[in-house]
Design a protein around this ligand. Structure first.
Ligand SMILES: [Zn+2]
Length: 257
């Protein structure tokens, strides 16, 4: 797994609460960035032990496979409790270590309002970690290593990402911009389907889970909806807190009428 490479650096790092979140909210964007030659990475905050279907070990294997499908160069999961993600100093520092190791220019976080509390907390936890990561006096070297973090502490110089964007697919909010994922939608779907313990048709939790064909239809319909907002076929929505900056009005995309 390329996730072991200690010298890997990322241009774009997606942070999410659960394995399979990124595949649903910004997997097409990661594919698009990788196709542009950028180095992409994923940090999942939990290991999925609270899920109705499958074990954490199964989900780890599936997450690795999904990472390969998405073409990401690095993927790891922290061991925050699934269903009880909290914004604590220890958890912020665990993310700071990853930020200082990978040194991403762009960080993708979940949108800050969400039905699942883990998603909402991941947004503020991730934001605060990005801030702390840039502070010289925040010293990750002095903290004890986490058991699963071999090699994560080799780079401790401060690093503040340039840009944070929020993947807003799970939220009912008007996006700031859309990423055109039209050429990548099938590949993104393959990445989600790598989570066979979650999404293949089976009896465990069938009252709670929708059938595989329905998942495809929903995912494509949502991508089509966001694509239409931007005048493309399939898209993924993002929110940014900052305003946009324009150089040439004649080059601003998305037609008005
Ligand atoms: Zn989730």
């Amino acid at each position: 797994m390329p996730s072991e490479a200690a010298d890997f650096r990322a241009d774009v790092l997606a942070i999410a609460a659960h394995r399979d979140d990124v595949e649903q909210t910004c997997g097409g964007t990661l594919l698009r960035m990788a196709a542009r030659g950028l180095r992409t990475a994923i940090l999942d905050l939990t290991q999925g032990e609270a899920g109705t279907r499958g074990t954490a070990a199964e989900r780890a294997r599936e997450a690795e496979e999904a990472a390969r499908v998405l073409g990401v160069g690095w993927r790891q999961a922290l061991d925050l409790p699934d269903g009880a993600v909290e914004n604590t100093l220890e958890n912020r520092m665990a993310i700071v270590r990853v930020l200082r190791l990978l040194r991403p220019r762009v960080v993708i976080l979940p949108y800050w309002q969400a039905r699942h509390p883990d998603h909402a907390i991941a947004a503020t936890l991730g934001y605060e970690a990005c801030f702390l990561s840039g502070l010289k006096k925040v010293d990750t070297g002095a903290l004890p290593e986490r058991s699963s973090s071999v090699g994560w502490n080799t780079r401790t110089e401060p690093h503040r990402p340039f840009k944070i964007v929020y993947a807003s697919l799970y939220a009912d909010v008007r996006p700031s911009f859309i990423v055109d994922i039209t050429p990548f939608i099938e590949q993104r779907h393959l990445a989600l389907m790598a989570y066979r313990s979650q999404y293949s048709n089976q009896s465990a939790g069938s009252a709670l889970f929708v059938p595989e064909e329905e998942i495809r239809e929903r995912a494509f319909a949502e991508a089509r909806h966001y694509g239409l907002l931007a005048g493309v076929r399939y898209g993924e929505p993002f929110v940014q807190k900052e305003v946009g900056l324009v150089d040439d009005l004649t080059l601003v995309p998305v037609q008005s009428l």
